[in-house]
Design a protein around this ligand. Structure first.
Ligand code: DQA
Length: 140
């Protein structure tokens, strides 16, 4: 099984960015653990701070992945283009958030992508990604 993990803006700073909200482990360190835990899964990882690059990557991952795990960061709440990209492809997309977006500011409660995704996982720290992998493996 091939899973593409796509992270949006500022997620390259997880580990040092607002540790009270996002924790103090870097995404790279967490990703290494995830790869070890699921040795039979072929993961690829892409991060960008640029909206159009995320759209390009969603389109390209559709051609090679069985599932996409997407944390669109703040673009979740603003990007019609990312929502349209998800609607345009066949590969299932799981929306993930490290923090619980529903316990934060009101503007984080709206997602342009949620309705286009197979489901949303929010608020479990970096383990949100593991739960997304499980949902794809078990075809939930
Ligand atoms: C986030 C939540 C978003 O509201 C925020 O803009 C992020 C990270 C999360 O993983 O909790 O950058 O997607």
């Amino acid at each position: 099984m091939k899973i593409a993990i796509i992270n949006g803006p500022n997620l390259n700073l997880v580990g040092t960015r607002e540790p009270g909200v996002y924790g103090s482990e870097t995404f790279d360190a967490y990703f290494q653990k995830l790869r070890k835990e699921y040795e039979n899964i072929d993961f690829d990882y892409f991060q960008s701070n640029v909206e159009g690059e995320l759209v390009n990557e969603i389109q390209s991952a559709d051609k090679r992945a069985d599932g996409i795990i997407l944390n669109a960061g703040a673009y979740t709440h603003t990007s019609i283009a990312i929502g349209d990209a998800i609607a345009a492809i066949k590969t299932p997309v799981i929306e993930v958030h490290i923090s619980n977006v529903y316990s934060r500011e009101d503007f984080r409660k709206f997602s342009h992508i949620a309705a286009k995704c197979a489901g949303t996982i929010s608020g479990f720290g970096l383990k949100s990604y593991l739960l997304a992998v499980e949902s794809l493996i078990k075809n939930i």
